[in-house]
Design a protein around this ligand. Structure first.
Ligand code: GDG
Length: 466
C-alpha cells in the first residue's frame, strides 16, 4: 500500500507534552492513524544552529521526521510571515498585518530548506499531503527538485476573496505556487471559490470543462472538504467524563446555576472580546439571568510571541474584570476566565453539563469546538449551540442558533433564547446537528481528501502529471 507522507508545521510526536492546543494537531494526528506513514515538520525546538537533517523517530507504527528552527527562522517564517501576515490576511483582518520583506524571505527560505530535507525521505510511490498556510510554496519547491509524486494541499483556515488577498505584496506568486499541487482543498465552497477567482482574475489560469484549473502544463483540482471530528470518540469521552472528578468539582461549584462555556485558543479570530460584551449585555438586559448563569471561558495562550496576541490578552483581562466588578456577588462570579489548557476528554465532560456552547469567531476556517460541543451532549437533555455564521461549521450546523458575532445584542438575545429554550426544541435541534456530524466525520474527511487526490492524478494526461 502506498505510504502517506504528511507535512505540517508542528509534528505531534507521541508523548510530546509541549504541543499546544489546536485544531490542526487534532485533525492531522487522527488522519495518520489508519494508514500509518511519515509525519514531517517542525520539532518545536529552536536552536542556534539547526542540523540540516531531521530527527527521526518511529513510534506506534509511524515514522516521524522533525526539523529544528533557528531563532531567526522562527521569527521570520513562523511568528512573522505565517502568523503576523498570512493569518490576519486570511482572516480578513487587514489592519493587523505586519508585513516585512525579511519575513517573506525567511518564509521562502524555510520552505526551501524543508523541501530539501523532505526530498531525501520521499519514495517514488508516496502520496504527499501538505497542511496549511505555513507551506503554500512547498510543492513548487519540491517539483523543482524533481518530485513527481501526487501532492495535495489542505488549507485549514479561510481563503480570502481576491480584493482582500491583493493587499499582500507578492500575492500573485503565492497563488501561483499553489498551482504546483495536484489537489488544493478548502474547508468550504466559499473558500474554494475565492481561490479559483484569485487564479482566474489574476490571469494565472483558466477552468477546463471538468472544473479543474489549467495553468500551462498543469491541471489542478480544487474542492471543499470540511474537517470533521471523531464523533464516537468524543461522545464516549463526554459520557465517561460527565461524572469525572474535574466535572464534579465544576458542577458542585456552580451551586445549581446554568453553565455557559466557550473554549478557544486565545486568538483574535475567535471573537472572544465581543462574546464577553454579549454576556455583559445579557446580564444588563435580562436581570433574571443574573446569579443564575456562569460563563466559563477556557482560552489557552497561543502564539504569545506575536504582539497582536499579547494585546488581546490584556483586553480580555480588562473585560473580565469589568464584568465581574459590575455584576459579581459574594457567592457568584459571572465570568470564569482560564488561560491554562484543559485536556480534551476533560472538556468533553464539561460540555455535557453546559446549557450553552458559545462559539462566536469573527472568521474561522471550520471550528472544531462547535462540533465537539454537539458530539458531547446528552441526547435526553442536550444544550444549545450558539454559533457564528462566519465559522465554516455554520455551513453544516444549520440547526444551531446562528448569530452575527459583531452584533452583540443579537448574540445576547440568542444566549437568552438558549437559556429558556424548551426541552423539545433543544432535542430537535440537537438531533439534526448530530445527524450532520455523523455524515462528515474526521474519518470521512481523510478518506474524501485522499480519494480526490488519487482521482486528480489518475485522470491527468501523462504529460501533465508533475
Ligand atoms: C484551525 C482552524 C479549523 C481547545 N482548547 C483546548 C484544546 N482545544 C482543542 C479543541 C479543538 C481544537 O483544540 C481547536 O480547534 P478549532 O477548530 O476550534 O481551532 P484552531 O486551533 O484555530 O484550528 C480552524 C481547525 O484548524 C481544523 O481544521 O477548524 O478553523 O483555525 O479540537 O478541543 N485542547 C486541549 N486543551 C485546551 O485547552 N487539549
Amino acid at each position: 500500500m502506498a505510504r502517506l507522507v504528511i507535512v505540517s508545521n508542528r509534528v505531534a510526536i507521541p508523548g510530546d507534552r509541549a504541543l499546544k492546543a489546536g485544531g490542526l494537531a487534532v485533525a492531522r494526528k487522527e488522519s495518520l492513524g489508519p494508514t500509518g506513514g511519515l509525519w514531517f515538520g517542525w520539532s518545536g525546538q529552536i536552536v542556534a544552529k539547526p542540523p540540516a537533517n531531521p530527527k527521526r523517530i518511529s513510534a506506534e507504527g509511524m515514522d516521524y521526521a522533525a526539523l529544528d528552527l533557528s531563532p531567526e527562522e522562527h521569527e521570520t517564517y513562523y511568528a512573522g510571515f505565517s502568523n503576523a501576515t498570512l493569518w490576519p490576511l486570511f482572516h480578513y483582518r487587514l489592519g493587523l498585518i505586519d508585513f516585512r520583506r525579511a519575513q517573506l524571505k525567511g518564509y521562502l527560505a524555510v520552505n526551501a530548506r524543508y523541501a530539501q530535507a523532505l526530498v531525501e525521505l520521499i519514495r517514488p510511490d508516496d502520496t504527499i499531503w501538505v497542511h496549511d498556510y505555513h507551506f503554500i510554496p512547498l510543492a513548487e519547491m519540491l517539483r523543482r527538485l524533481g518530485v513527481k509524486n501526487p501532492i495535495g494541499f489542505f488549507l485549514h483556515i479561510p481563503f480570502p476573496a481576491p480584493e482582500v488577498l491583493s493587499a499582500l505584496p507578492g500575492h500573485e506568486q503565492l497563488t501561483h505556487s499553489l498551482l504546483a499541487y495536484d489537489l488544493v482543498g478548502f474547508q468550504t465552497e466559499i473558500d474554494r471559490h475565492a481561490f479559483e477567482r484569485c487564479v482566474i482574475e489574476h490571469g494565472q489560469g483558466t477552468l477546463d470543462e471538468t472544473g479543474r484549473l489549467v495553468s500551462g502544463e498543469r491541471r489542478v483540482t480544487t474542492g471543499a472538504y470540511p474537517v470533521g471530528i471523531d464523533v464516537d470518540e468524543f461522545a464516549g469521552w463526554a459520557e465517561k467524563n460527565a461524572s469525572s472528578r474535574e466535572t464534579k468539582n465544576l458542577v458542585d461549584s456552580l451551586s445549581g446555576r446554568k453553565l455557559m462555556i466557550g473554549v478557544d485558543r486565545l486568538d483574535y479570530s475567535k471573537g472572544i472580546p465581543k462574546r464577553f460584551e454579549a454576556f455583559e449585555e445579557l446580564l444588563g438586559t435580562w436581570s433574571k439571568h443574573r446569579r443564575n448563569v456562569t460563563f466559563l471561558q477556557v482560552a489557552p495562550i497561543s502564539r504569545g510571541e506575536v504582539a497582536q496576541y499579547r494585546s488581546l490578552r490584556r483586553e480580555l483581562e480588562a473585560l473580565a474584570g469589568r464584568i465581574n466588578g459590575k455584576y459579581a456577588e459574594v457567592d457568584w462570579t459571572p465570568v470564569r476566565y482560564i488561560n491554562k489548557p484543559v485536556a480534551r476528554p476533560t472538556l468533553a465532560g464539561f460540555y455535557r453539563h453546559a446549557r450553552i456552547g458559545l462559539v462566536t469567531p469573527v472568521r474561522d476556517g471550520m471550528n472544531l469546538v462547535a462540533k465537539e460541543y454537539v458530539a458531547a451532549q446528552n441526547p435526553e437533555d442536550p444544550g444549545v449551540l450558539v454559533l457564528s455564521h462566519l465559522a465554516g461549521a455554520a455551513h453544516e450546523l444549520q440547526a444551531a442558533l446562528l448569530v452575527n458575532p459583531f452584533d452583540v445584542e443579537s448574540v445576547a438575545e440568542a444566549i437568552h433564547r438558549g437559556l429558556v429554550m424548551p426541552l423539545e426544541e433543544r432535542r430537535e435541534r440537537w438531533a439534526e446537528m448530530r445527524t450532520v456530524l455523523g455524515h462528515t466525520t474526521q474519518q470521512d474527511w481523510t478518506r474524501r481528501f485522499l480519494a480526490a487526490l488519487g482521482a486528480a492524478r489518475e485522470t491527468l494526461p501523462a504529460d501533465a502529471a508533475a
